[in-house]
Write a protein that binds this ligand. Structure first.
Ligand SMILES: Cc1ncc(COP(=O)(O)O)c(C=O)c1O
Length: 458
């Protein structure tokens, strides 16, 4: 068969789709396959020419909008200069520039950067960094990683072992040993049956007890997303991360922030570490960092940790971790151009302002429909939790889940957002205007109304 035979119009036929694995259940997905053909600003067009408003930045990636000329021009220049440098023998000027820019912009003394291409690669690198750091600094028994239920840190075996989502873990078990989980700060459904603030943030203070019970000499790191995503935009109480910070300091345990989603301006500051005023020991970021123009992720660690890997070669072999495409010039050129866009156009400020517009829109919907139990998030990462009964917080049946009904209606109405059985989220490009956000909310309004109408008929 000639490649020419696979024309655009054929790319949605089942016989062609059978040759590709996608993230969805494929037989189900292929009934109404979403195959995007082009994009501009905050819009996508699929291969049938249908337009979608992108209230999700692809998947929290397209921070500076689709078809951003500044980034594309920077990539053209880089393509004409250097596309690949030998990773086993050195690096390239663009990677050094981006590392220095990130060191300057990151909070505190987060200042040494390891570049990779995806989120899982850097969360896994952070786990390895923590274990190697303790080995080099006289605590070789520290290897356990504490993370949270409902979390997502990626699909590689280490990052998956740290993740707390049974729907993605169970099929892959047994996973790596040395990982344990604690409850996340789901205040709307407190796992301890308490209420903020009289709870005294038990979900955070318990971490100290867990480390004690495990034996502090065996615990290497605690890894959390500042705002949990997969549990339904778990926005912690203001004190939460600061308490984790104190506990980690007390036990010589590294605090790792997974900012794969929350980094690059999404929560209204370049990093959620600033939004919450807590500096971790290691910060991982990806997605919006390159805006989707090339695969890029970064793991940043504090200077004293990096120093432990600097000493004479007779004492340590450096940070033993690497992938072929790490710090490649194309990805780093995208990262530099995206950061310039974010800084020069004050897209963090825009994320804060438009985040308020999203929130106000969600609040209007909550007044109109009785099925929105909670609204959570910061900046342009905002979610809603659906309930059948607001007073009792009773949920709709999990399968297919009301959130999925709404999300599928939204797709039909030309709106791309993140949906799950019990929640739905917006994470639009940081360049979005108030008018565009209002249009996104209006499409969600329509989709919610239709999903409820269907429910009433059923
Ligand atoms: C919070 C978080 N961490 C890590 C990852 C893994 O990133 P990737 O899919 O690029 O490996 C994701 C992906 O969605 C994520 O949301």
């Amino acid at each position: 068969m000639s490649v020419d035979l696979i024309s655009e119009s054929q790319s949605t036929e089942e016989r062609f789709l059978r040759h590709i694995f996608v993230r969805d259940q494929m037989a189900e997905w292929s009934k109404q396959p979403l195959v995007m053909a082009k994009a501009d600003g905050v819009h996508y067009w699929d291969v049938n020419g249908k337009r979608y408003l992108d209230a999700l930045s692809g998947i929290y990636v397209v921070s500076v909008g689709h078809n951003n000329r500044r980034v594309i021009d920077a990539l053209h220049r880089q393509l004409n200069t250097l596309c690949f440098s030998p990773p086993m023998h050195g690096t390239n000027p663009v990677a050094v520039q981006l590392a220095n820019l990130l060191a300057e912009l990151a909070p505190g003394d987060l200042s040494a950067v390891k570049f990779q291409c995806g989120g899982a690669e850097v969360t896994e690198a952070a786990i390895k960094l923590a274990r190697q750091y303790h080995k080099f600094t006289g605590s070789p028994g520290k290897y356990k990683i504490v993370s949270r239920y409902l979390s997502w840190h990626g699909s590689t075996l280490g990052s998956l072992s740290a993740s707390g989502l049974k729907s993605r873990k169970t099929v892959n078990e047994p996973l790596a040993p040395g990982f344990l989980h604690v409850f996340p700060p789901t205040c709307y459904r407190c796992p301890f049956g308490k209420e903020y603030p009289s709870c005294e943030i038990t979900c955070a203070t318990l971490l100290g007890d867990v480390i004690e019970m495990e034996d502090p000499d065996t615990v290497a790191a605690v890894m959390v997303e500042p705002i949990g995503h997969t549990g339904g935009i778990i926005d912690p109480p203001p004190e939460y991360l600061a308490i984790l910070r104190k506990i980690c300091d007390r036990y010589n345990v590294l605090l790792i922030f997974d900012e794969i989603i929350t980094g690059a301006g999404r929560t209204g500051h370049l990093f959620a570490a600033e939004t919450f005023g807590v500096v971790p020991d290691v910060l991982c970021t990806a997605k919006g960092l390159s805006g989707g123009y090339a695969p890029l992720s970064a793991m940043m660690c504090r200077a004293p940790i990096a120093d432990a890997f600097w000493g004479p070669i007779s004492e340590n072999p450096g940070f033993v971790e690497g992938h072929t495409f790490e710090g490649n010039p194309i990805s780093c050129a995208a990262g530099l151009a995206v950061l310039r866009e974010i800084l020069e156009r004050d897209l963090c400020g825009n994320a804060r302002r438009q985040g308020e517009v999203v929130r106000a829109g969600f609040q209007r919907l909550a007044e109109k429909y009785g099925v929105i139990g909670d609204i959570r998030g910061k900046g342009l990462l905002q979610g809603i939790e659906f309930v059948r009964d607001r007073k009792t917080k009773e949920r709709f049946p999990a399968s297919p889940g009301f959130g999925v009904r709404v999300g599928k209606r939204a797709l039909q109405n030309g709106l791309l957002c993140r949906f799950d059985p019990h929640w739905l989220a917006f994470g639009p490009p940081l360049v979005s205007t108030a008018e565009q956000i209002d249009e996104m909310v209006a499409l969600l309004d329509r989709s919610l109304g239709e999903a409820l109408g269907k429910l009433a008929v059923a």
